[in-house]
Design a protein around this ligand. Sequence first.
Ligand code: NAD
Ligand code: IPM
Ligand code: MN
Length: 352
Amino acid sequence: MVKNIAVIEGDGIGAEIIGEAVKVLRKIEEKFGHTFHLKYVEMGGCAIDRYGVPLPAFSLEACQEADAVLLGAVGGPKWDDPTAKVRPEQGLLGLRAGLGCFANIRPAKVYTPLAAASPLKEEMIGGGFELVVVRELTGGIYFGESGRDGDSAYDTERYSVPEITRIAKVAFELARGRKKIVHSIDKANVLESSRLWRETVARTAREYPDITVIDMLVDNAAMQLVRNPAQFDVLLTSNLFGDILSDEASQITGSIGMLASASTGEGSRGLYEPIHGSAPDLAGRNIANPIAAILSAAMMLDLSFGMREEAYAVERAVDAALDENLRTADIATEGGTVLGTVQMGGEIVSRI
Ligand code: NAD
Ligand code: IPM
Ligand code: MN
């Protein structure tokens, strides 16, 4: 197959981790006889420096024309001035909205050889569980009205019934192929938008009588995730709650450097990115974990290109490297060999 991929390295460790994901894609081309045309696209802080805006129109267009978008991360201290008119993160939000990618799928999987890298006791996670956060990505407080008013500032959480319905359907469909349980996370004891969320999720659930829906308040969910993560399988969340809970879930697996994500909408085009950020503390040091980026590329092969076997080959290569005690610094465990970003990427490629 021939596929066009827009590649956004972004800022910080973005170029380093995407470099390893691209090595993996090249190996897949060779092994399976595909052709991937990569188009490098500027977005984030680097685009602000060059063009004064985080997402120039031609960058968005290049992504809209591609079959899929692979993204590293954006942002960093250089662009963090709170009074700045433009921010790298605005580019990311514009891209997600501009691609119509409203459903963000974030699997958090505990790899058995990494159980010791988790801060939780091994008996709580030893069974190798996996949960998945289904996060609404183009609405809520990220996109509501915001501004300054004298000496106050405001952000608005607003959700509509269609927005909630379509993301709930994604979670229910996913749950059908899994354990058939969805925890819907909200703050319905306080927020009106959460009461609409809960009501709409319940109404949508009537079309899925085989799925058990458990409503859970977000503060309790944050606690339950570290108390007994195995109770969860699919977590359905708003944009903000999913952002926070997926970082929390990542740590259960050992490191945020392990978590990939897929963002999809109508059609097969998707946006694939690690859940972590640009990790300015690691940038340029060849120590960042490239696995989240590599697994994001695997999700792209599977979900946008229908290349299930190819995606599986990548996942198996990651499993094999971890089984053979190869580690980056963030997932170091006793007896493991700690490798740099490039070396870990190379070891994974050689196992495909
Ligand atoms: P971060 O995810 O960049 O880093 C949090 C912690 O996790 C740091 O200690 C970092 O060293 C570690 N970490 C992250 N990725 C890692 C990897 N691959 N391997 C090993 N360790 C890793 O979050 P932050 O520090 O809060 O944010 C830094 C910048 O990134 C901010 O500007 C933020 O807005 C941006 N950000 C961007 C994205 C994105 O582009 N999708 C996501 C999150 C944060
Ligand atoms: C993420 C990030 C982004 C988000 C930021 C950088 C806008 O934290 O992808 O998780 O909050 O969605
Ligand atoms: Mn986040």
